[in-house]
Design a protein around this ligand. Structure first.
Ligand code: CO
Length: 134
C-alpha cells in the first residue's frame, strides 16, 4: 500500500542555522524558508536525489510542533511521510486494522497541496506517520 518515502520532517529550534548547516556542511540543495500559516510551521525544503527533508519550525501560537520542541529542545525527527495512491482506501484499510487516524480521519490538504493524513505514533513504533496521496 505505501509507496515511496516522500519526506522526513525534522523539527529544529533554529531554522536559519539548520538550513545553513544542510547547505554548507552537508552540501545539500536547500530552498528558502516558507511560512505555512495554515499548518503553524515555517518550512525549509531540502531536495535530495531520492527524497526530501523538511526542516520545521513553529509559526504562530498553536503550532503543532511547539510541544515537540519543548520536549526535544535540540530538535528531532518529527514525522516521516509515505506516498499512497488512494488516501481514502489507505485510511479505510488502516481503520479496519485498528490503527488510529488523527484528526477525525478526514484528509487535509498538506504542505504540498495534496491530501494528507497522520497516523497515531503509538500504533507505529513511536513514529508519527504522514500519508500523502500523490
Ligand atoms: Co510532512
Amino acid at each position: 500500500m505505501i509507496g515511496r518515502l516522500n519526506h522526513v520532517a525534522i523539527a529544529v529550534p533554529d531554522l536559519a542555522a539548520a538550513a545553513a548547516q544542510y547547505r554548507d556542511v552537508l552540501g545539500a540543495r536547500v530552498g528558502p524558508a516558507q511560512d505555512e500559516p495554515e499548518h503553524g510551521v515555517t518550512v525549509v525544503f531540502i531536495e535530495l536525489p531520492n527524497t526530501k527533508v523538511e526542516l520545521l519550525h513553529p509559526l504562530g501560537e498553536n503550532s503543532p510542533i511547539a510541544g515537540f520542541l519543548e520536549k526535544n529542545p535540540s530538535g528531532g525527527i518529527h514525522h516521516i511521510c509515505y506516498e499512497v495512491e488512494d488516501i481514502l482506501a489507505a485510511r479505510d484499510r488502516l481503520l479496519a486494522s485498528g490503527a488510529r487516524v488523527l484528526g477525525g480521519g478526514e484528509p487535509r490538504i498538506g504542505a504540498h497541496g495534496k491530501p494528507v493524513l497522520f497516523l497515531h505514533p503509538k500504533d507505529f513504533n513511536g513514529t508519527l506517520i504522514e500519508l500523502e496521496q500523490v
